[in-house]
Design a protein around this ligand. Structure first.
Ligand code: LLP
Length: 438
């Protein structure tokens, strides 16, 4: 389940990705190392694109908060996907990557004036307006620039997705979007339709992340189609687009049961088609924005084992050369991961160990209680499904440099993000002259 794309355990019992042994990657680029499997990434893009394309006018946009960098944006565009961005920084990266701006959607609940100006000037496809503050500000910005901007309005549909508290967003009590149940959504739609410089293309919603029940998506699609019908009745307008968000769950560890992208497409599109018929609506263009399911399984992280501490009868801690700085998810969400001994993986004897990070913090644990061969200092460990929300959430806590990322494909490995140096760590610091050592 954790071996995806080009990942495999080869004849020698070693982990291989992109046709290269993990040990060779570690020797060439050092550890910790983010490894991104190009074939796997492209395959994931195509799976989602094709699953939805078979139902007609649809667009899959990649939620780039999962992994935002120039080379990845290029691959995303080559595979025919659009882009979901949430900040001026991601927008800047997209511009630098030469991404077709018409296929870029700008989300977020507190876009600044500067971010809006950059977005409008760059000819960005849609700005997804989250609240009335943004609506007024964007109208003002567009008036100043004498431009019209296509927008979508983010609606909170009131769907409770079964996932971690911090990553569910569609419920009533959420910081995102216009609430449906109390009339705020309809009031916002009315206000948006009255704006001179904004062209409302449709509605957006997103119910959360790491979701496995396809019924959550069909419920959402049903609710949103009902909203489109109400809009038609009240304002005599049929919106062209409906964005039902992302959140498609992936396999991290035992218990995760990801579906095929076709199951997602079916849950959404069957509901949309049926509701369009029932409510006498034109079928809107459906947009979906998977993130982790595109980049997550295509990534793995290589670590070298350092110190090993055994507390007899209690636990064996195996410390690696990274941790919560390159993968915050276990510390932040109690997220689970799977790992293997990557090099010389034929060693058979197994034991239960816990993989610790190297930060000065007890909570810096990557994996609790995993069965692995007996490990020695110097061994290479691969942690899977780290392509999403790892590099993008990485920090320099304890002044650890962020790892490099290599893109591997058919026997070639290219650095797409350089490893940070100690100099990088103090690049923005200023040593005041009066404090400098004399
Ligand atoms: N669309 C919107 C509007 C979103 O807010 C998100 C994720 C996505 C799409 C993509 O969701 P995905 O397909 O990747 O699940 N840092 C957390 C996840 C935060 C999710 C933020 N929004 C984690 O590491 O699990």
């Amino acid at each position: 389940m954790y071996l995806r794309g080009s990942m495999k355990i080869n004849d020698k019992g070693n982990l291989e990705v992109g046709g290269i042994e993990a040990g060779d990657l570690a020797r060439q680029f050092g550890t910790p190392l983010y490894v991104l499997d190009e074939a796997g990434l492209r395959e994931n893009c195509r799976d989602f694109r094709d699953a939805f394309a078979s139902y007609g006018d649809t667009l899959v946009i990649y939620a780039s908060k999962t992994l935002s960098c120039l080379s990845v944006y290029r691959i995303i565009e080559e595979e025919g996907l659009g882009l979901d961005i949430v900040s001026g920084g991601e927008l800047y990266t997209a511009l630098k990557a030469g991404f077709n701006m018409e296929k870029v959607y700008f989300h977020g609940n507190n876009k600044s004036r500067d971010e809006m100006v950059l977005a409008v000037k760059s000819g960005l496809g849609r700005i997804v307006v989250d609240n009335l503050y943004e609506l007024d500000l964007l109208e003002e910005v567009c008036a100043e620039l004498n431009k019209t901007q296509s927008i979508m309005l983010r609606i909170t549909p009131g769907v409770e997705a079964h996932t971690h508290e911090f990553i569910k967003t569609g419920q009533l009590d959420s910081k995102f979007g216009f609430t449906l149940s109390n009339g705020q959504a309809m009031a916002a739609i009315k206000a948006a339709l009255e704006k001179k410089h904004l062209h409302v293309k449709g509605l957006h919603c997103h119910i959360g992340s790491q979701i496995f029940e396809m019924s959550s998506y069909s419920n959402t699609a049903e609710i949103m189609m009902n909203v489109l019908a109400e809009v038609k009745e009240r304002f005599h307008i049929e919106f062209e687009e409906l964005n039902v968000g992302g959140g498609f769950g992936i396999f991290y560890a035992a218990g995760d049961d990801p579906k095929d992208p076709r199951a997602w497409a079916q849950a959404v599109m069957d509901t949309v088609k049926e509701k369009a018929r029932e409510l006498n609506l034109r079928q809107p263009k459906i947009i979906v924005e998977p993130g982790r399911a595109v980049s997550g399984p295509a990534g793995l992280t290589l670590y070298t084992v350092g110190s090993i501490k055994e507390i007899p009868g209690i636990r064996k801690y195996v410390a690696v050369d990274g941790g919560m700085t390159d993968n915050l998810r276990p510390a932040l969400y109690n997220a689970k991961y799977t790992a293997v001994l990557a090099d010389n993986a034929v060693r058979e004897k197994t034991e239960i160990v816990s993989i610790a990070g190297k930060c000065c913090e007890s909570g810096d644990m990557l994996i609790w209680d995993i069965v692995l061969p007996v490990l020695e200092s110097g061994d290479l460990i691969a942690v899977f499904a780290t392509g999403a929300y790892n590099y993008s959430m990485a920090s320099n806590y304890n002044k650890l440099p962020r790892p490099a990322m290599v893109l591997v494909n058919e026997g070639a490995a290219d650095v797409i993000i350089e490893r940070e140096t100690y100099d990088d760590l103090i690049r923005n610091e200023i040593l005041l002259e009066r404090l400098a050592s004399k």
